[in-house]
Design a protein around this ligand. Sequence first.
Ligand code: NAD
Ligand code: MG
Length: 394
Amino acid sequence: MKKRRVSIFGATGSIGQNTIDLISRDPDAYDVMALTGSSNIAQLAADARSLGAQIAVTADERLLPDLRAALDGSGVEAAAGEAALLEAADRPADWIMSAIVGAAGLAPGFQALRHGTTLALANKESLVTAGPLLLQEARAHSARILPVDSEHSAVFQGLVGEDMAAVERIIITASGGGLRDWPVEALASATPEDAGAHPNWDMGQRITIDSASMFNKAMELIETKEFFGVAPSQIQTVIHPQSIVHALVGFNDGALMAHLGAPDMRHAIGYALHYPDRKTLPVERIDLAHLAKLEFYAPCDTRYPALKIARAVMETGGHAGCVFNAAKEVALDGFLAGRIGFMDMSGVVEATLDAISSKIGLSNAVETLEDVLQTDQMARKTAWTMIEQHAEKA
Ligand code: NAD
Ligand code: MG
């Protein structure tokens, strides 16, 4: 059987490691081309050795000597820096996982699409900041993008064989995060430790806090609009504390197709890896009788102001997603640094959107990747100014 050539961008992260877990269970099926990481050289080198990768790339040029030393005698090439990441994306591959976190994930993803490669997309920032551009690039090169965010994989699975014209609505679920049972009045005093504990998913600190504030869900609403091309009014979110139903698709005959699965990212990654087939995956099987109940309720805008902002961003389009993404990252930095409170993050994001809107406007289309990076920088600077102003007032 012909081996599939795969590369993993962001191999040392949570999504990357879950991808490696799946690939290493069936080593004869894959030829690993490139693995990339940044600071965790030991992990990157160990995985590159054990998978027999062609090349390992660290984003951090200062760490190239360490990577070289760690790979000594292995036959794996070592490289570093942004240009090396792009060159790794040029290596012929049948399937590439895009799991770098943040705006740094955009350029390698675009580069991979230019070769017509199938891109498994975990990097949500690509869709939120440059959705139309990314899809256009994929179309131009007949490349396929497969969603890896669990909700979007669930929607994608619910749409197999369906006509988009029959879709009335898409509902993505949210756990409600670690603070969902706190009284609203208490949220202002929540600390990073309070917000950094997740009831169901085991993720990094930043995404766990984004889950408590629902900035993560806000990103996912925007992702849904961009990826599936539906109107903002057709996208809903519902709180579902058990995190078993990941998304639902509602059709014009009133049917709702739900996707259920254990909260384990290997499900969505595995679906994208084997698409259009389904293969056995090492994820927990759900026992409905044991679960006994699945609950759903509407999120409250006072508790989760990020959702309202996401709606405005979806309506505006253009550069709004890019400003939103940058501002929410900076707001989170401000919260982690103790400069602003948990509930101030949404204020910083709104003020940044307003400021950039009056400076350059937001709704003009994103034309190039450089556009995105420029707006990203401007939004970050503005968001920091908003945080300083807020801290001075407090
Ligand atoms: P992570 O922080 O665990 O890993 C990030 C990876 O990116 C690491 O390999 C790191 O070395 C690399 N990286 C960091 N900065 C870089 C830079 N400047 N240049 C190049 N590489 C860099 O993140 P994660 O949780 O695996 O998430 C990856 C992406 O997938 C994010 O966009 C996230 O929103 C999305 N996502 C994650 C989950 C999840 O459960 N973890 C679920 C859905 C979507
Ligand atoms: Mg998700």
